[in-house]
Ligand binder design. Sequence first.
Ligand code: 6PG
Length: 499
Amino acid sequence: MSNSPSSNHSHIAMIGLGVMGKSLTLNLLDNQFNVAGFDINEQHLSATSQEAQQLNKGSFLPCNSLTELLNSLKSPRVVALSIPAGNIVEQVIDDLLKSGLEPQDIVIDTGNSLWTDTIAREAKYQGKLQFFSTAVSGGEQGARFGPALMASGSEKAWQSIKPMWNAIAAKVDSNGLPVPPLHDGEPCATYTGPSGSGHFVKMVHNGIEYADMQLICEVYHYLRSALQLPPSQIGDIFTQWNKGILNSYLIEITADILKQQDFLTEHPLVDMILDKAGQKGTGTWTAINSLEIGCPTPTITQSVYARSLSSLKSRRLIGAQCLKAKVQPVDKTNPSAIINELHDALYCAKLCAYAQGFDLMKATSEQQNWQLNFVDIAKGWRAGCIIRATFLQDIANAYQQTPKLDNLLFADHFAHQVENRQLSWRKTVSNSSLHGIPMPGISSALNYFDSMNCETLPANLLQAQRDFFGSHTYSRIDQPESNKYHVEWGKSPRIEVKR
Ligand code: 6PG
């Protein structure tokens, strides 16, 4: 694909010039691609035009109709949609079809669509257009200067889109570290495979993002409540941690946030923000997906619940009056020891959240026959996206070493890390419980870890209970698992029968 700005045709069209669409457009222009843009909101169109003019790179063609937009593109046309998830995607595609879209043309959904909708759309538009999807992570700044991109759909369509996506994506250097915008490096644009897989991988990214954020918040809460440290001092601790194995974008921004003063009161800003978490639904989708497929993601799911619980502020206010917590006072004689324990607890819990996310991807990949490549996915998350972290290089290495790794916790590197840090994690969880400081994410991760390393769980008793009241049968440890047994509990003498 030629990306000469003097070419008459646009290389790509962008429909939807809100925050993300505008930023992706400017990023494409920065990389010398010509973009045609359309938005029903005229202010969005003119704002993008103005900023495009100031850039003086590539060329931006503001269009007043979909027909004008389509006429500005060379066949096969590439049209990106940057619009909200939901039915509007179909409405816009139907309008494009009415405006002259042809079967060889490619439509890319760059929104946060539900992956099963993406699969259904690809089937729906078979023969009418090439439906492709690219999930974008990194928020406004990412979209503008280098997002992480998770692309899926036909390989043929990918070949047409790849040069543009590789150009605009975030890049990493040979050590896996992010490079500044417009510098050379390995692009974080991952082709994940068949239709829907890109949106699925992004959904899991968001599930992990929910957990990562929640775990950091729990550590903050503990430092605040148990050690009574002011936010700026906690910010300094996070700045310190960001230099080590916890180095990540989310730790970095947390440190920054905690040092921010309120503009009106000069209190720490964080103290002035209402403690009710919002959510747009991708964490819930991840939790639902894990429940449906039977692949446990307790830390991710707890993070969704933690947001829901936080939003029940008025009920919590009643609870604070009528539920008397009996707690043990905190021993503050050695605060650095507590801080070091929290560091290790955060690392271990974070690892569990990633292990759960990668497990969910493995289970769904097998179910859908996608053959997701976990080395590529981990590498693609090293820059641009919200969960970017140096830790992702370790994950990529683990899958490179053992492509069929059962669970991230079993990788030598991580097993060793958890072995060394585990006691701190246990102390943190037990202390949080004794002091009455909620840690749903960090403690659920420890329960996940302890269930994963437990040879015999009490599900034997549970199976017997199920058989008692519902004749649901059980397998015996001394017989093939496929043989099912039932006890005639109501009879005397009780007998065991093979079903
Ligand atoms: C990203 C983010 C992005 C967005 C989420 C957060 O990767 O860029 O995940 O997609 O911030 O939609 O959504 P919540 O409102 O659910 O936190």
